[in-house]
Design a protein around this ligand. Structure first.
Ligand code: UGA
Length: 423
């Protein structure tokens, strides 16, 4: 099939490249000419395991990028993958969705053949029906059956997105007609997964609900971990015993510094905002965010419990990205930690295998090191923020510290002597 993907951000690039892998003719439409050139040269503009190989295989063959919307005129399907960043009140900014829909509308005008417009961006329930459809149809000048609409949320984890795309747990397709739903299902032919057909709004809500539930599991594990810590109980032993119950499951019960990234915080906040708009008081969802905000401060409180005042002390922060295998620092738990350390007068030395450049832009004044050992050298305390596998092997490097005080925010170290945030 001929597929146009509007938006060459993280979701658009991964989705477009994986559709090319499935054999489709794909055009990624992106306003950033630098990204367009990179994709056409087979160079990924973002870091994602396996993406470079796939791009090299398909770029300039059945995968192209362009700043022009022209490919839409002959596309069987158009995927809208633009960003929905959070506004200060927690609600998502849908202006990119609205403008992308209008542009798509002008380019599907006067089409002779059927075309389906699919929203992949995470959007509040009702967005496809109330914003995307009218914007497309207004520009297209048709209200007929020539254009179908669908909502097909993504469930990709950063750092594992290609694997998640090719081997999904499920494919959710909300649509406004069986024809639209079937067309989207055909695109995924070759991928083995249950396909769930729903209404447009249910598909939109499924994405928010899934992320909110995963975030809830993490905050639940963290709250239990905080209690266990007082009682001298290892929360990882507890969650192992709990996770065997299939009604609970073993995943996403790792207690620690809390969740970061571009999705959980944003999507739970959007759901809170949505709940309030309809007159509900979402106490559970608000608590999920509240527990998450407190976890990084707990690490510093533990550090202060061992060091006393941290003013003037050299503190090593290992792990700057929101998790391992990515250079993404959005909502990383290292950000509030570094901010508080600086507020309290500490001298910060930081290391991450990939995320130093973006953190340098946020905190230009701290010392960035090219290795964990460099950051630990002479440090009075160390905070381990991210589950990078290379941190698990650290041991003698901690002897480079002025005093071996280690607070672990992820259960990753195999050496002795570290104090876990909730274990
Ligand atoms: C998350 C979801 O896992 C994806 O299914 C979803 O598609 C994506 O958001 C999205 O909405 O686009 P992602 O943000 O890439 O994916 O990262 P995760 O691997 O889910 O981790 C999120 C955060 O939770 C990380 O900071 C991680 O360290 C933390 N986490 C995860 C825990 O603290 N404990 C756990 O048990 C698991």
């Amino acid at each position: 099939m001929k597929i146009s993907v509007v938006g060459g951000g993280y979701v658009g690039i991964v989705t477009g490249t994986c559709f090319a892998r499935l054999g489709h003719e794909v055009t990624i439409i992106e306003i950033d000419a630098g990204k367009v050139a990179a994709v056409n040269n087979g160079q990924p503009p973002i870091y994602e395991i396996g993406l470079e190989e796939l791009l090299r295989e398909h770029a300039a063959k059945n995968l192209r990028a362009s700043t022009s919307f022209a490919s839409i005129a002959s596309a069987d399907c158009v995927f809208i993958c633009v960003g929905t960043p959070p506004k200060p009140d927690g609600s998502p900014d849908l202006s990119f969705i609205a403008s992308a829909s209008a542009s798509v509308g002008t380019h599907v005008k006067n089409r002779a053949s059927y075309c389906c417009i699919v929203v992949k961006s995470t959007v509040p329930p009702g967005t496809t029906e109330k914003i995307v459809m009218p914007a497309v149809l207004k520009q297209a000048g048709t209200a007929g059956d020539a254009i179908g609409f669908a909502m097909n949320p993504e469930f990709l984890r950063e750092g594992r997105a290609i694997e998640d795309f090719m081997h999904p747990d499920r494919i959710v397709i909300g649509s406004n007609s069986p024809r639209a739903g079937e067309l989207v299902e055909q695109i995924y032919q070759g991928i083995s997964a249950p396909v769930i057909h729903t209404s447009l709004s249910a598909a939109e809500m499924i994405k928010y609900t899934a992320n909110a539930f995963l975030a809830t599991k993490i905050s639940f594990a963290n709250e239990l971990g905080n209690i266990c810590k007082h009682l001298g109980i290892d929360v990882y032993e507890v969650m192992k015993g709990v996770g065997y119950d299939p009604r609970i499951g073993p995943l996403f019960l790792n207690a620690g510094a809390g969740f970061g990234g571009s999705c959980f915080q944003k999507d739970v906040s959007a759901l809170v905002h949505l709940a309030k708009e309809v007159g509900e008081d979402p106490v559970l969802l608000q608590s999920v965010l509240c527990v998450n905000e407190q976890q990084p401060h707990r690490m510093i409180a533990l550090l202060e419990g061992k060091l006393g005042s941290i003013a003037g002390k050299r503190i090593a922060v290992l792990g700057l990205a929101f998790k391992d295998n990515t250079d993404d620092i959005r909502d990383s738990r290292a950000v509030p930690v570094i901010r508080e350390l600086l507020q309290k007068g500490a001298v910060v030395s930081a290391y991450d295998p990939m995320a130093v450049p973006p953190m340098q832009r946020l905190f230009p004044g701290i010392e960035y090191c090219s290795s964990a050992a460099g950051a630990l050298n002479g440090a009075d305390g160390c905070l381990v923020m991210t589950e990078w596998p290379e941190f698990s092997r650290l041991d003698k490097e901690f002897d480079l510290m002025a005093q071996r005080i280690i607070i672990e925010g992820r259960r990753i170290l195999s050496c002795k002597g570290a104090d876990g945030i909730c274990w």
